[in-house]
Write a protein that binds this ligand. Sequence first.
Ligand code: PLP
Length: 362
Amino acid sequence: MTVMHELTTVKPRAAVLAMPEYHPPLAARDALRLDFNENTFAPSPRVLERIHAMTDEDLTKYPEREPVERIVAEHFGLQTDQVLLTNGVDEAIHLLCTTFLDPEDKALIATPTFFMYDVNVRLMTPGLVKVQADATLEFPFERFMAAITERTKLIIVASPNNPTGTIVSREHLLAIAAAAPHAVVMVDEAYYHFHGETTLGDIHSVPNILVARTFSKAYGLANLRIGMLAGNAELLKYVRKVCSPYNVNGAALACLPAAIADDAYLNWYTEQVRVGRERIMAGLDALGVAYFPSHANFVLMQIGPKHGELVTAMRAHGVLLRDRSADPGCDGFVRITIGVEEHVTKGLAALKLSLEQIGWSK
Ligand SMILES: Cc1ncc(COP(=O)(O)O)c(C=O)c1O
């Protein structure tokens, strides 16, 4: 049957027409998921208990965010008004762009990086300034500093960065914030747990830093969609004004206190990743595959012209990877997520076989 679409002459805003689209390859992921930097295993068992304890009446209620913000703030040693829970860091990015960017403002990012910054900035302003890393893919600190102007209103820096796994030192992040006191500086710490350095403690003394954390990665809650913005209460007051009161669902709010209380689980998972990361990097050395040393739960490999063939061969072995070739400066690069021990073992074995099968050589 042919489906007819109604014709319409309605067009969206010009900015929406001009925006790039982000459609990650989410279809047919019934395999070992080493493609999206998720936790490859499970969240804390306490989270599952909490989900199972939800009642039918719980589902009928609008979610209440504030009591959980109090618990989260206490956990991180913050005041409640210094914390905003969001529908993943994705929503935090969206909220910062919609709250702070006028069409004549500039926003500054270093590329390659997480694509959602691009999408959300361009929804609000054509003034997205990108500073491209050189071939090392290290954060281009000097050129980034030089790109800050009085028109810069929002700066977003991921540390560790995705898809490179590189970091920006706390000292450099503070220098960026000091050089742009008229701008909001969002430090995206989505992969903080796999690295360990944070600017969360600096939000008390630096008025323009907002730290974003996700519960999608180390905590294993990607499907619940929950993240947090922490920083200056005055800035967050503006963001709260823009944010829906019901932005985070009740299942996520019910589970988050259980997830953050289970340090033993978090430490176990992050240690699995740290050990797995060493194994993957050693395995790549042995195979002769070049890569960028990573501080996150993934490694970016330099495969070259056979990047697509490798991803297809790995899929045939039941392992999903993410081809990052379309990212700026990443032609021929493929990213592999690090998970728990058995997933790393399976990923490495499939990688060795697949490279042989496609006749890959340096
Ligand atoms: C750097 C970075 N920030 C944010 C996100 C999105 O996090 P969330 O699941 O909380 O929306 C990702 C996900 O891949 C990411 O790589």
